[in-house]
Ligand binder design. Structure first.
Ligand SMILES: *Cc1c(COP(=O)(O)O)cnc(C)c1O
Length: 412
């Protein structure tokens, strides 16, 4: 459920006409709905109501400060994967004790920054990383709380590029190696093993793989308990899918129920790291038609948003629903919606039924709130799009459009 709706024949973001935002801020333009974001976060929070829990928003899905601030105020923690994300989270006023740090390649300065900020825990992904954190914590004379990311070898049944919990993936440790890592951490004066985590993939549309991973982790938690390592935090990662097209993913409540049943009476704080399921449908990308072009075999709609603004179609062949901001009941035809970039992968949609569109007309690309702006670039020296946050009848510029000066600001 989101608050981008057609009323009186045109698209609204909450109580604001999208056409008015186009007028005021130009295109390409990301538009976020604060009410949708809150609704999705609250759905996760409520889903784990009966359990001690923490919902850590995955910052890489959408790292705009105004969204992070809003989620922080609602009580969210954050899942970060870099020092830059830690910087953003602290700037947004999020409680560092609710921050977990994931990622296979944490650098020394990032580890130091996280220890200085006193985050909740590091989700450690290799034995070398664990040793490195131990050494840095010792040098800083502080204790690093750690969780080991387990690779449970579970098939999430999603796109291969966003599967992360299979044996062949680079993420996490197998349980044998993790056992050694936990025992090493327990003996170490500057490491404290407090958690266990996994993240098996993204855009999951079934509960089964989550439960399978959770069962494997719980067996391991129990086994570690008998070796004297007590796990307090069990972090199941993110990955719950959303509806881009016709997918019917489980609701956060379904996931919560399955987790509660599987965890049983164990005394654990459950952590989830949803990104897409909170932010994905809380944002749209608005673009305008520059030209339409007919070749002997295709109709193209050339728009002012491109793969540098939203790379998911090019990168994963991802589907994003596209509709006119102001539908007029015209006959549909099959078109490719493409950007101005000099790459044949620069498309937002292929062979899509859309009405005959007019030059200058605005289109909304839906489900663009996660992995949209955060994956954007300046490729072809295109300044990045502006971001607007709508809350009720109020719109604020959450990030101004980049200028040509921004493009060269860091160069000699
Ligand atoms: C990307 C990522 C997430 C968020 O995944 P979503 O599919 O957006 O929910 C959570 N945890 C980790 C470790 C990740 O890498």
């Amino acid at each position: 459920m989101d608050y981008f709706e057609y009323r009186d024949g045109q698209l609204w973001a909450e109580e604001v006409r999208v056409a008015d935002l186009v007028e005021q801020y130009g295109t390409p333009l990301y538009v976020y709905s604060a009410r949708t974001l809150a609704r999705h976060f609250t759905a996760f929070d409520a889903a784990l109501d009966g359990l001690d829990h923490l919902i850590c928003f995955s910052v890489k899905a959408n790292s705009n400060l105004s969204l992070l601030r809003q989620l922080g105020e609602l009580g969210a923690g954050m899942d970060i994967v870099s020092g830059g994300e830690l910087y953003r989270v602290l700037k947004a006023g999020v409680d560092p004790h609710k921050v977990v740090f994931s990622g296979v390649g944490k650098q020394d300065h990032e580890i130091r920054e996280a220890l200085t900020a006193d985050i909740l825990m590091f989700n450690v992904e290799s034995s070398q990383e664990l040793e490195r954190i131990g050494r840095i914590a010792e040098k800083m004379q502080t204790v690093a709380c750690i969780s080991i990311r387990i690779n449970p070898d579970v098939d999430p049944q999603t796109h291969p590029y966003i599967s992360t919990g299979l044996k062949k993936n680079k993420f996490g440790m197998d349980m044998l190696e993790a056992t050694g890592a936990y025992l090493m951490a327990k003996r170490h004066a500057f490491l404290e093993p407090v958690g266990m985590d996994c993240h098996i993939g993204s855009q999951l549309t079934q509960i089964g793989p989550f439960v399978e991973a959770l069962e494997k982790l719980l067996t391991f938690v129990d086994r570690l308990g008998s070796s004297g390592v007590t796990i307090h935090y069990l972090d199941l990662g993110g990955g719950l899918g959303i509806t881009y097209h016709d997918e019917l993913p489980p609701l956060p409540a379904d996931l919560g129920k399955a987790i509660a049943e599987t965890v049983g009476r164990r005394e654990l704080t459950i952590i989830l790291e949803p990104g897409r399921a909170i932010a994905g449908n809380a944002g749209i990308l608005v673009t305008r038609v520059i030209f339409t072009k007919k070749t002997p075999v295709k109709h193209f709609v050339i728009v002012d948003a491109a793969m540098n603004d939203l790379v998911r179609p090019s990168l994963y062949g991802a589907y994003h629903r596209i509709r006119e901001v102001h539908p007029r009941g015209r006959e549909p035809m099959k078109v490719d919606v493409v950007g101005p970039i000099c790459e044949s992968t620069d498309f937002l949609a292929q062979d899509r039924l859309l009405p005959g569109l007019a030059v200058g007309e605005a289109l909304a690309v839906f489900s663009a709130g996660a992995y949209g702006f955060t994956m954007s670039s300046q490729y072809n020296s295109r300044p990045r799009a502006a971001e607007v946050r709508v809350d009720g009848d109020h719109a604020i510029l959450a990030r101004r459009r980049e200028t040509y000066d921004d493009l060269i600001a860091l160069e000699e």
